[in-house]
Write a protein that binds this ligand. Structure first.
Ligand code: ZN
Length: 343
């Protein structure tokens, strides 16, 4: 009897546990990134009125998809409201966020900013990295994106406007840049190996242009093996598990570059700009930076080319998986990856 009673209670216990999980997720910011919100501060807070006049602050709630994520309400009691009240709250939220999403649609193409001494326009190229950073799958033109962006802004100490403006993009760029290696010391010859031609996008490259740091090369091979195992990428492989000669994706375009070679590249491409070819401080001097083929023209910084690259499944796979193998992206160059394993 007691036993069967225990069984009968089980579904209710499970339900209670699920409710507790939902409540915890709601108030601790389940989509939070590295600089987490304190769990004691509710994820929703009316932003201070000093947030930019052109930016409409988020109101109370922070989601338009209550089925996937519980709606964050103005007061905790609101979760007990009737379905009708809940629906009207969500309708209000949706309309409150619409102007923010509208601004994001425009800024995605038009935001003017500067990087590497060059004028930049819009942030569409960086949407895959942005989505990963703020942890959302929602399209950058949606109200949900604006809501989740607002949470990230709050965690980054910015006004939670839900609009991806200059200060927000600047904070994102700082975050990405901080994950890169600061060590630019030239590789020592003992650490450098000559990788086989089959690892390269252009297998005819001479020996001296196929040099790479040994540990970086080993990590690269482990990463490529994992990518080959990912069937959705459809990478052509040899029977012994290497990228096939006809495969171009994920092959190395360039690795270790000596100072002399970097200067030669610079002379040949005077318009490349500081962002593209660092002459005094290139991470390629270390032998731990790899340019990897992710589509389009291999290493061309023009926006339309980079837009093609960030849309390939190979790039999308790298930004989600490369860190497991110690590789970190350079946000501005979809092909450029730096080996910086966890200490
Ligand atoms: Zn590079």
């Amino acid at each position: 009897m007691t036993k069967s009673k225990g069984h009968a209670l089980l579904p209710f216990k499970s339900f209670a546990v699920i409710l507790m999980i939902i409540a915890a997720a709601t108030f601790s910011g389940c989509v939070q990134s590295e600089s987490s919100l304190s769990s004691s501060s509710p994820a929703t807070q009316t932003p201070s009125p000093k947030s930019s006049q052109t930016v409409r602050p988020l109101m109370a709630a922070a989601t338009t998809t209550p089925a996937a994520t519980p709606a964050i309400s103005a007061t905790p009691q609101a979760t007990n409201d009737t379905a009708t009240q809940q629906a009207s709250l969500e309708a209000a939220t949706s309309s409150a966020l619409a102007p923010n999403a509208k601004q994001n649609i425009a800024l995605m193409e038009n935001l003017e900013w500067t990087f590497g001494g060059k004028q930049q326009r819009g942030w569409r190229i960086y949407v895959p990295l942005i989505s990963l950073l703020i942890e959302t799958e929602a399209g950058a033109d949606t109200n949900e994106f604006a809501a989740i962006l607002a949470r990230w802004q709050k965690s980054a100490g910015l006004a939670p406007s839900g609009v991806l403006d200059n200060s927000t993009l600047s904070a994102m760029v700082s975050t990405w840049q901080s994950r890169r290696s600061r060590n630019r010391a030239a590789a020592e010859s003992a650490q450098i190996i000559t990788a086989p031609p089959s690892d390269f996008y252009d297998p005819s490259r001479p020996d001296e242009l196929r040099q790479v740091d040994r540990a970086t090369h080993e990590a690269y091979k482990r990463m490529v093996a994992a990518a080959i195992a990912e069937r959705s990428l459809n990478l052509a492989a040899t029977p012994n598990g290497e990228l096939a000669p006809k495969e171009r994706f994920l092959k190395i375009v360039s690795a270790y570059r000596s100072r002399a070679y970097q200067e030669k590249l610079r002379r040949e491409q005077p318009d490349a700009g500081r962002a593209a070819l660092a002459v005094n401080n290139s991470p390629h001097f270390t032998g731990r930076a790899l340019d990897i083929y992710v589509g389009g023209e291999p290493v061309e910084t023009k926006d339309p080319n980079r837009l093609i690259q960030v849309g390939t499944p190979h790039y999308r796979w790298l930004i989600r998986n490369a860190a497991r193998f110690g590789f970190h992206p350079y946000f501005y160059e979809p092909w450029h990856w730096e080996y910086k394993p966890q200490q």
